[in-house]
Design a protein around this ligand. Structure first.
Ligand code: NAP
Length: 304
């Protein structure tokens, strides 16, 4: 049974399926923007302080879908989204599905086809923001999928925060941006953890190391812009630093880490790429050239 909400009647009713940290943050943002909000979660009892703010809780997916006009899924993965929606795949009328679950471009396209086969207007999305920023001006959410669906939900989804961008009609686009951006995050997290382990093995206090490490992080925005410009132009001048020099530098890291018994698997993989670039004759060129030696084979599975 849906417990009735508060006095909000004018704004689009929103349903949030999934009450993990991000699902709760989304529900909170819609409540703050004064939308009527209904929530459902596989495990009951996760609405927490949303309850005191006028949220309605639904006992079933069907009930939750019926209560909203814009239905948002924010679950652990696309399999969970599919399993959840399969329990209520019909009777959506003119409701819209906005899937903000992280996944792969092919999964987003498949989900879009599933929705289309049930007559449900579908928009995929990628949240580029941690939970505390959801609903604030610093939040960024990317969307992709049919233009008319985006137009229909745009005003409602503006409650998620400062920057909302529709990337195009291909439903896989938001996930494509997300996986490429997560690529930076995932490899950086490993790099940072490895650097702290190495510094610690050399007897450097973590806070002393952090003071200099943040300076390295500060170099990245300019480097990212320079990579974009060089990849676009197809010219990789080695006037600042070269791949040959990076080969030497990474060897020092590997030797020092190995000497302390620290795993060097990630670094030897990186050196393998650098070595391939040198073998291809790119040693004198800049580091952005590494992007052109990364393709090792065709796709492992079809994109569908
Ligand atoms: N947290 C962040 O900062 C952040 C930032 C950007 C994007 N995201 C994305 O937002 C999505 C949700 O993230 P999250 O942080 O809220 O938590 P999460 O741990 O990724 O997902 C938890 C949610 O998934 C549900 N769930 C798991 N397996 C399920 C299944 N088989 N069927 C139905 N529901 C299932 C959980 O329900 P139960 O409570 O029943 O287990 C819970 O509602 C993810 O795709 C994540 O990558 C999160």
């Amino acid at each position: 049974m849906i417990e009735t909400s508060d006095e909000n009647t004018r704004l689009t009713p929103v349903t949030v399926l999934g009450l993990g940290p991000m699902g709760r943050a989304l529900a909170s943002a819609f409540l703050t923007a004064r939308h009527p909000v209904t929530v459902w979660n596989r495990t009951p009892g996760r609405a927490g302080d949303l309850l005191g703010r006028g949220v309605a809780t639904a006992d079933s997916v069907r009930e939750a879908v019926a209560a909203g006009q814009v239905i948002i899924t924010c679950l652990i993965d696309y399999d969970a989204v599919r399993a959840t929606l399969e329990s209520s795949p019909t009777g959506w009328g003119n409701r819209y599905l906005v899937n903000l679950t992280s996944g792969e471009p092919a999964q987003a396209r498949q989900m879009s086809r599933w929705a289309s086969s049930h007559g449900i207007g579908y928009l995929d999305g990628a949240i580029l923001t941690p939970t505390p920023a959801m609903g604030t001006p610093s939040a960024t959410v990317l969307f992709s999928g049919a233009h008319d669906v985006h137009e229909a939900v745009q005003e409602t989804m503006a409650a998620t925060g400062g920057t909302t961008v529709h990337l195009g009609d291909d439903p896989g686009l938001a996930s494509a941006y997300e996986v490429a951006l997560l690529d930076i995050f995932a490899t950086s997290v490993n790099g940072i953890a490895h650097a702290f382990a190495l510094a610690s093995a050399e007897g450097i206090a973590p806070e002393r190391f952090a003071a200099f490490a943040t300076g390295i992080g500060g170099l990245l925005p300019e480097m990212i812009q320079r990579f974009a410009q060089q990849i676009r132009s197809g010219r990789y001048p080695g006037d600042r630093s070269t791949i040959a020099s990076a080969a030497s530098g990474i060897t020092h890291i590997i030797n020092t880490a190995a000497g302390h018994g620290i795993d060097v698997g990630m670094l030897t993989a990186a050196r393998g790429i650098i070595d391939r670039a040198v073998a291809d004759g790119y040693g004198p060129e800049g580091l952005a050239r590494l992007t052109s030696v990364l393709h090792t084979a065709g796709p492992e599975k079809p994109d569908a």
